[in-house]
Design a binder for this molecule. Sequence first.
Ligand code: IPE
Ligand code: IPE
Ligand code: MG
Ligand code: MG
Length: 327
Amino acid sequence: MNVKALYGPVGDDLKRVDALIAHNLTSTRLPKLLEINTYLLGAPGKRLRPVLCLLAYSCLAPNKPIPQRVIQIAAALEMLHMASLIHDDVIDHAEVRHNQPTVHTKWGQETAIPLGVYLYSLSLKEIANAANTQVLRRISHTVKILCEGEMNQVFERGNSNLDLKRYLLILKKKTAILFATACYSGALLSGASKQQAFALKHAGHCLGMLFQISDDILDVVGTDQTLGKKVGQDFEMGEITLPFLCLLEELPLNEKQEFQALIESRNKEVFSRLLDRLKASTALEKSAQLGRAYIQRAKDHLSTLESSPSKDHFLAVVDMFEARFRV
Ligand code: IPE
Ligand code: IPE
Ligand code: MG
Ligand code: MG
């Protein structure tokens, strides 16, 4: 994903968000903590959630400069995303993120767990600074649902009977809600009508679903280098993602039962066997099709907004997300 192209008209404001994140992470007198936070700042993510927050605001307030409270919320959303990733890597036993060892791999879980909570607290502080109760209420609900999604995924590990409905609900909770909230918060802070704010929230939801489905496909067919994390990680943890759900659906019963037993055994060698089977099937194409269905839905929600350069860019972002399916 070409992040420069992704930032478009909000690139300069994203620099303000980055500066605020850096300020938060470097304002500590603990040398060791400063070292770890500097390590995190040295390998940043794509900043998708703050970008969506800024874009949502500028779609609805096209000619206004982006105020500090929007920058604070955008930074808060990114810091809570960073916190969720540090904890997610513990939960998933993931050793690499952003092409470098994860926090728990380098400094142990004893550090990764409180560091995640610490980042949540920095996020809370910025939400308080933005002083908008509606946004606070929405973000606190979002964190609750995100945690439910992460736990739900753990509870479903090794369950080879997971169905599409439950899989999609996990995605909605662990990923899509934060995308929706990023857009919704930007919209709320612009003083938008309920209808406009809802249109952006729904567009964010669709983008989040699209993004996680493409991530689940890339976890099967992507490369470690482009992803910056290890391919096959979800599967090794007994997580049945969309490509495998689609594969199971098209297998004859005897083969399906055999594969279900293999999935439940969580044997690492099973992954390469299933992968060959998967590539010979229509499961990847079916998964991409399901993901692509969210593209039009996202665009339909955006089409209800008035024209503006930011809206055009938002539509272009949807297409950039779509391009992830072509990797
Ligand atoms: C990673 O999200 C977690 C998922 C929802 C798949 P991102 O891909 O947005 O994380 P960054 O860019 O590394 O921060
Ligand atoms: C991450 O989900 C979602 C959250 C952090 C809430 P995954 O576990 O599927 O994402 P990656 O592959 O580690 O980025
Ligand atoms: Mg993970
Ligand atoms: Mg996970």
